[in-house]
Write a protein that binds this ligand. Sequence first.
Ligand code: CAA
Length: 379
Amino acid sequence: MDFNLSEEHLAVRAAARDFAQTELLPGVIDRDNAQHFDPVLLRKMAEMGFLGMMVAPEYGGGGMDTLAYVLAMEEISKVDASAGVIMSVNNSLVCWGLEKYGTEAQKHQYLTPLASGEIIGAFCLSEPEAGSDATSQHTTARLTGDHYLLNGTKNWITNGNTSSVCVVMAQTDVELKHKGINAFIVEKGWEGFLVGKKEDKMGIRASDTHTLMFSDVKVPAENRIGEDGFGFKFAMSVLNGGRIGIAAQALGIAAGAFELSLKYSKERKTFGKPIADHQAIQFKLSEMAMKIEAARLLVYKAARLKDEGKDYIQAAAMAKLYASEVAMWVTTEAVQVHGGYGYVKEYHVERFMRDAKITQIYEGTSEIQKLVIARELLK
Ligand code: CAA
């Protein structure tokens, strides 16, 4: 597999790195403390084309491949993992799904403003009693004439308040189990659509995560995505790609913590020499670098397979599982390398450690990734 990056890939990576350093780094600690992502920054991300990178230019996107998207995700997440998740949900879960499975009318009405970042999207699958067990949807959508009546509650929704448009999975026929699930495009502001409480999270605190509630929300029938009963397959297909984005986010978190640790180890002195001269630290740095490189290869491989139109379900699950485990391990070691300084906010690594944890949970926990990999191996 060829990982030689093209001129375009290198340019995208350089632009994302520059944006992260100049725009995201100042204020990242304040945003984490305030649990708030500055809308002005979000606008700048949109202007840079980071919110619809893989969408065709005719729908307002950047027309780039998955590898370019992964490179940008890594650089953004190296500095601000909250920006990473906002970007990942809009790109992989909302825009990609609409472009692949939406009707022409849906694309013109919703995908174009989403891809340009004029509006932000959210993906609503998880429920109070349906996280890993995603087929157990309790949200219902009942067809009455030319519209569906949507009722239920969705939990832990990234961009819950920031978003203007949500892709919502709901049960339309309980008898048919997962084959009776549909996906709908639902607009904020429609009667009966309520934004519930904001979660006070351990990590990715600047991104907003909310409960969303639907009470007899009238959703036009033409806002259903795909054939009747396609909703669960839609969600699974979208998540296969989404997992590559989260894997890249995890890779970025690990790489960001590693770069800070490398720099710090050359500056900080103990026992009369830089801590980088102590073998105890060298062993940590070596292992961090090796694991990050292995994660990067898995993430790039999954992206390449997707771009080549090959099966990438197992590769995406492996990339997400491994990169998120590496992110957790590397960030914990990064705090250790920094010692007491690592435990305070000013040095960034404690935030990376908190941010890393969610990558083992959302878009399929590590345990679900193992299940997906095993099913692919055994089928
Ligand atoms: N790709 C394509 N199709 C898939 C699939 C995949 N990865 N996984 C399952 N399917 C298909 C199956 O082939 C099956 O199709 P048929 O009906 O044609 O046979 C159908 O979906 C049902 O699958 P299963 O019978 O395997 O269902 P299950 O209940 O045993 O297991 C699961 C399904 C894999 C556990 C699934 O529920 C799952 O992936 N759970 C995790 C959910 C998840 O990732 N949630 C993330 C929420 S979004 C989020 O986190 C966003 C954010 O905040 C950033």
